[in-house]
Ligand binder design. Structure first.
Ligand code: MG
Length: 269
């Protein structure tokens, strides 16, 4: 197995640019998303935005993926195809974008709540976002990959009974879109690979309101919940540090835009 890449400080400066480009793109999407817009239109918007900064869309043609972004609505867990179906009131729209700039990838996902949803859905969204930060807190040198998964699993499955998707994981991120190690959203404290300073991890809890089981569509990409209940996905790019992890991606720009868009709802911890 390949060793886990350790980034130099210069690498991290470059990678931060890719990561923030994705965050800023998601913030622009947060301004325009509304019922009636299609995820296909969001795909084109993201393509134009990322290309305007001289970057490439990381997902396009990755292992044959045919679109620029992943758009995973409601019961779609991840890797959904953008479609020409209009977004409607009450949809959960997970937009996942990768950008490749100056040799490094940024990769971030954010679940938007379009219109009004039941409180159990809003709770799910808030708690999945919070679980991501529980995982991020573990990104300290000397901790393990299992510590990250254990923290996310405890906060979602143990505390609230949500289904933690097992088959799909976060990953290392840098010059390649998917680097070693994989970062499961469940795990055991103290188990798995040891984290070293300046590893970059894409941590991305994929958490289901119902059971954890998923099925793959015939398109070979789209994962859905087997029980057809909604799933929520958030993703940050995190640098392991000796004392306090550092985020390369930014949620604040997205949240600020989200709060100003009257078509969107979210609740924040
Ligand atoms: Mg990812």
């Amino acid at each position: 197995m390949a060793s886990i890449p350790i980034k130099s400080l210069i690498d991290l400066e470059e990678q931060k640019k890719s990561a923030l480009l994705v965050s800023n793109c998601l913030a622009e999407i947060a301004k325009i998303i509304k019922p009636g817009l299609t995820t296909f239109e969001i795909d084109k918007f993201a393509e134009n935005y990322i290309k305007d900064f001289g970057a490439k869309l990381s997902f396009k043609n990755y292992r044959g993926f045919p679109f620029n972004i992943c758009a995973s609505v409601n019961d779609v867990v991840i890797h959904g195809f953008p479609t020409k179906i209009p977004i409607k009131e009450g949809d959960l729209v997970d937009i996942d974008i990768g950008a490749f700039l100056n040799g490094f990838h940024g990769d971030q996902a954010y679940t938007f709540v379009v219109g009004t949803v039941e409180s159990e859905i809003l709770d799910l969204v808030s708690r999945v976002k919070h679980s991501l930060y529980k995982g991020i807190e573990q990104c300290i040198e000397g901790n393990t990959i299992g510590d990250i998964g254990a923290a996310i699993q405890f906060y979602t499955e143990t505390m609230y009974g949500y289904g933690v998707v097992t088959e799909l994981t976060g990953h290392g991120l840098g010059r390649d879109l998917h680097e070693d190690p994989s970062v499961p959203n469940r795990g055991k404290k103290g188990k798995g690979k040891i984290l070293l300073e300046n590893m970059v991890l894409a941590i991305e809890p994929m958490i289901n309101l119902g059971k954890k089981d998923i099925v793959l569509d015939r398109d070979g990409w789209t994962y859905r919940t087997k029980d057809k209940k909604p799933s929520v996905h958030f993703e940050h790019n995190v640098v392991v540090k000796k004392n306090k992890p550092v985020l390369l991606t930014d949620f604040k720009v997205i949240e600020d835009a989200e709060k100003k868009n009257s078509n969107l709802n979210s609740s924040y911890y």
